[in-house]
Design a protein around this ligand. Structure first.
Ligand SMILES: CC(C)(COP(=O)(O)OP(=O)(O)OC[C@H]1O[C@@H](n2cnc3c(N)ncnc32)[C@H](O)[C@@H]1OP(=O)(O)O)[C@@H](O)C(=O)NCCC(=O)NCCS
Length: 197
């Protein structure tokens, strides 16, 4: 069994046992830092043209950098995902992207789990996600739902549409975050500090 390391900003460290998908170079799953902004933007942008993700400016990534989780090999960001908060209790798991060379190694799963840890630390009770395919979020125990459940998201779509952005219809998934039994206490405290920073 491989070991990934989960870092948080104040340098507290915890190790998590992960699946056999782990690449040899042992990527680290951690909250993003300012130095990651450009690589996150590049990673997301390469899927925009394929209609898999909505466009984001580098400034939008920079402004929301505390909401991103990345997997990195050394200084190279190979996967990312973001916690996009809509209210104190609701957020979207967005910007899930894995470098093409790293697909199928479990990194998409790990960055989404990292976003879930961030959501729990911020007391967010429900997550939703939009995807063109069923498999990825079903494999993470999300359940299919209708996007009409999230008028805040529909309102954002309306604005983007009005600005000329094509919205590709996607399936919607949700996950109600239970109590924190699966999140070691070691992580919870530093993540709360992170939010306050
Ligand atoms: C979708 C994506 C994030 C998956 O990342 P990944 O690291 O390759 O995925 P994982 O290795 O963690 O796989 C987790 C599960 O998702 C499934 N999966 C992986 N890629 C998938 C894809 N493109 N479509 C549907 N399911 C996929 C895997 O089969 C696996 O299920 P299994 O364990 O039952 O076999 C990655 O393919 C990607 O970056 N795609 C382009 C960007 C994108 O579509 N973003 C929106 C994400 S919903």
């Amino acid at each position: 069994m491989s070991i990934y390391t989960f870092f948080v900003h104040n340098n507290s460290v915890m190790t998590l046992p992960f699946s056999s998908h782990a690449p040899a170079a042992n990527p680290v799953v951690r909250t993003a830092s300012r130095g990651d902004v450009e690589q996150i933007w590049e990673l997301v942008s390469c899927y925009v043209a394929e209609g898999l993700m909505l466009p984001r400016t580098i400034e939008q990534v920079r402004m929301a950098i505390d909401n991103y989780v990345v997997a990195a090999v050394g200084s190279r960001v190979v996967a990312c995902a973001a916690l996009d908060e809509y209210s104190p209790s609701l957020a979207e798991v967005s910007s899930v992207a894995v470098a093409k060379s790293e697909h199928g190694k479990g990194l998409g799963t790990e960055v989404v789990l990292g976003v879930e840890r961030l959501a729990r630390a911020r007391d967010i009770g429900e997550l939703f996600a939009l995807s063109l395919s069923d498999r990825f979020f079903l494999s993470l125990n999300y359940e299919p739902t209708s996007v009409s459940r999230y008028p805040e998201k529909l309102a954002r779509y309306g604005k983007l549409n009005a600005a000329g952005v094509d919205i590709v219809p996607k399936r919607c998934f949700k996950k109600v975050l239970g109590n924190t039994w699966e999140m070691p206490a070691l992580y919870e405290e530093p993540a709360k500090q992170l939010r306050a920073s």
